[in-house]
Unconditional design. Sequence first.
Length: 494
Amino acid sequence: MAMLGKRRVPAVRRERQPTTPAAKSDDDSLIIERLAHDGRGVARDVEGKTVFVDAALPGERVEVAIHRQRKRYDEAHIRQRLSDAASRVEPPCVYATRCGGCDLQHLSVDGQREHKRQVLIDLLKRQAIEAPDEVPMLVGDSAGYRRRARLGVKCDAQGHVHLGFRARGSEQLVDIDSCHVLASPLAALLPKLRAQLESLEAPRHVGHLELLLTDGDDDGDGDGDIITVVVRQLRDVSEDAKRWRAFAGRERLACALRRGRQSTDLVWLGDQPRLVTAIDGGRRQLSLALAPGDFLQVNAEINQRLIDTLRAWLAPRGSERLLDLFAGIGNFSLALADDVASVTAVEGSNEMVERLRDNADHNGLSVSALQADLNDPGATIEELIAAHDTVLLDPPRDGADALCRRLAQSDVTQVAYISCDPASLARDAAHLLAGGFVLSHLAMADMFPHTAHLESLALFQRPERLERPARSAYRERLRRQQSDLDSPVSGGKR
């Protein structure tokens, strides 16, 4: 490990040749060939060993310091950048080089989005899945988009309070007083929160702060928005509870304590507010109530674009029986309820099922809401799948492996899949295609600008469900794939 943190000057071992020639430079610097899926630059040294370089872009020539050596690759950071890519920009945030929240601010927004689209396509190719000819991008504002966040709090040995996000690859907190991606009402609160923490009797008993911006009315026009601060209070300190109550009054926000270390309870300091998010349901505006801790898409603008795109792709005829799995508080199921014959929504959390039912009642919608373990689907889910023709999935990062295996064997005619992890989507898509589905539509949703994280939306349909032009395109893709398999160059066999 003697090379750690030092400039890389690799020794040449002539007996080993790289499988593919590495980009060469005239000195001991490296030339970045491409971006890895996580946004790091990828280069290879003269031995052919892969080097992942933080904050480097394709085409750049860099001198690096290795900070982690592994058997098959090294991880490095830039000591000196000798040339700049055309897509490199000055990061808009002063904390970009230290904070672990946004790892792509050095790349232009257009470059970020194209990279994410290529990641999505590449991961599907690894499962031998050909993406549709067009993969649109669902995009919105790249600044001030984040309506919820969790900030770490730490009190050091000298008694200094630290408030911010974790440093990249570390548990260390980076103190911040501003944030480029936080919604402006939340970003403006940061210095005040720091001062409030410093005024506490026992700030060391605060674990973190959860910030949430929700609509204060049902039309989502921004009038009367509610800021909520949830304090992770590891141990009760009565005087500090009074200080938080006074802070909430001064700043005209809602404040709650989430008390305890293992099991926790939520205690509002003052009247409990009605927290809602407004969405466009096509035929009417919908108001969905939620509680701190409920799943809520971080980017309201992209969330609405997902809903609108989903409606356009499904093109409901009014006869569909929709089954929404991982339904949350009803974000998609309620938005589509007016367009289909029936909706059944299933969620793992009992609390969110109750809120989904209340949201359906509040909006005058008829939706059946059930609780079930969707990671281990049993007889109830089997029966629900058999009773529906259209399924919507919005799983966590682990995806929906067991469900997609079951759906592949079902009579369901179309599956809409909202994914927050493209690798899980690619794995699950392979199950659906093996069961006779066709990937008819695919989109990249830039839910988290300035980060390597990407959201995507895919629609899988049985061939008989496709419109005539889509059927022709599907047959043409099959013809091309078969031609590639038969080609002597590919080594394929009949």
